[in-house]
Design a protein around this ligand. Structure first.
Ligand code: SF4
Length: 466
């Protein structure tokens, strides 16, 4: 599970869609039905939303940002932390008035929270029309068409490890980078995590299907592909993940290739070699450690020790000298003592991650850890989180400062939100960089000389001769 959680607004983007999808979408567009899509949670949810938007486009729905214009509102939810669920409940409540004003509006809830709560969501908020579990997302168009014909509550959370959507042409957001899911579900059952219960067991997509989707994304103009899965290292679609990564690296037009997320127990020597030898495979590994003491790692069922993790880091850095390493960390896990926490700070200083996404443990009913004794007091959790962030921020800043005066390859993303004279982009190591732009276009690769460093970003100038 990655810690890179966010809420995404899908923007309707005009693109040159290829093949069959272009034809069917174009024909249906005359029907002018509007979809407002709200996505909470991780990158897997973003990818699922894009696939559902693709299916809904085939039955005539185009994306809108305007809630009042929407004929269908679809909320793709996350339940990894209680705060994510609270936000969704708040949002659903706000749509009650909208439904009263426009009775034809269809309101649907999909994703992890839909899978977890099922019909309870409709009991709690009867203005919801349908609830669709994670294994049923490919049914979204059929469900919406049925509601267009006849209004009734529909709930389908029947098969959490359901079929994986193939032959789906996602309606992708953004214009430079995109996600391609390679597998769904997780078999690891970390004791704090709800994912295996709401996303089911691991299912891998066939390589040919993945290659076709990558080629399609390239044809649409995307330059950077991120292969997605809860634990990509255990990909089992007839080849190893290292083989898959190497094969995708050879697809023409893929300027950058990333992957996410990796469980440390499954990160193989073969994969490290594939990254080291790859042409466009970026030197960045997001390797969630979750904690820095053996006692807590064991209680989390992470099945590696601090020593093993450190050995892995050493091996990665020896093979890929410029690699950037990022991680996820949870504080306040049940039973965490001051000693465990000190060990974690020590561990952070030993590894020197480029960045860490830090979270307070969130009790999720249905997971083993929710029943563990010695749940940690909120005030202690917050204090430890602050201390952890302080230590990591100092490390991140020092690592970024060490890059000053170096020249890095940057994939241009476009104008910054606050100043259109400034462009943003990402280094191969996945660091955000701001620079004053010339004639560059989003999607171009440029060289930037780094002039300033902050904790979460770099600033620089175009290197002449680009
Ligand atoms: S169970 Fe563990 S490996 Fe699987 S998604 Fe959750 S945290 Fe990640």
């Amino acid at each position: 599970m990655s810690g890179l959680f966010f809420r995404t607004k899908f923007k309707p983007v005009k693109k040159n869609f290829g093949g069959i999808f272009f034809c069917s979408y174009d024909k249906m567009r005359v029907m002018e039905k509007k979809l407002k899509l709200l996505t909470y949670g991780c990158q897997m949810n973003v990818a699922d939303s894009e696939r559902m938007a693709g299916l809904l486009a085939k039955i005539g729905y185009s994306l809108t940002d305007d809630l009042d214009a929407a004929d269908l509102i679809l909320i793709n939810t996350c339940c990894v932390r209680a705060t994510a669920e609270d936000k969704v409940f708040g949002q659903i409540g706000r749509f009650k008035t909208l439904k009263r004003q426009k009775p034809s509006l269809i309101l649907g809830v999909a994703g992890c929270m839909a899978q977890k709560e099922g019909a309870n969501l409709i009991k709690r908020a009867p203005h919801i029309d349908f609830v669709l579990g994670t294994g049923q997302s490919s049914e979204v168009a059929r469900v919406v068409q049925s509601l267009e014909r006849e209004r009734k509550h529909l709930v389908d959370v029947s098969n959490v490890s359901g079929s994986i959507p193939c032959e789906v042409f996602p309606l992708r957001g953004g214009q430079v980078s995109t996600f391609v899911p390679i597998m769904y579900g997780c078999n690891n059952f970390c004791t704090y995590c709800i994912v295996p219960y709401v996303r089911g067991r691991e299912r891998s997509r066939q390589p040919e299907e993945i290659f076709a989707e990558v080629k399609q994304a390239v044809a649409e103009g995307f330059k950077e592909i991120t292969l997605l899965g809860q634990n990509v290292n255990s990909y089992s679609g007839g080849m190893t993940f290292a083989e898959l990564l190497t094969a995708v690296d050879k697809i023409a037009g893929v300027k950058r290739l990333r992957f996410m997320t990796s469980h440390p127990k499954d990160l193989s020597d073969e994969l490290i070699a594939a990254i080291a030898d790859g042409k466009n495979i970026c030197e960045h590994i997001h390797l969630p450690v979750q904690y820095g003491s053996d006692k807590i790692l064991k209680r989390m069922n992470r099945v590696y020790t601090v020593e093993k993790y450190l050995e892995l880091v050493k091996k990665i850095r020896a093979a890929i000298p410029n690699v950037s390493l990022t991680t996820d960390l949870i504080v306040g896990f049940p039973g965490e003592t001051d000693e465990d926490f000190s060990e974690t700070l020590e561990f952070l200083r030993a590894v020197e991650f480029d960045a860490a996404f830090t979270f307070i443990y969130s009790k999720r009913s249905g997971t083993p850890a929710a029943t563990f004794e010695n749940q940690i007091d909120d005030e202690i959790k917050h204090r430890r989180l602050e201390e952890l962030m302080k230590v990591q921020n100092e490390i991140s800043l020092a690592k970024n400062r060490a890059l000053i005066d170096s020249v890095v390859e940057v994939l241009v993303e476009g104008a910054s939100k606050t100043d259109e004279k400034i462009f943003t982009g990402r280094t191969r190591s996945n660091k955000l960089i701001l620079f004053a732009h010339g004639d560059e276009q989003a999607g171009e690769l440029v060289n930037i000389k780094i002039s300033q460093a902050q904790t979460w970003l770099l600033k620089g100038n175009l290197e002449t001769g680009n």
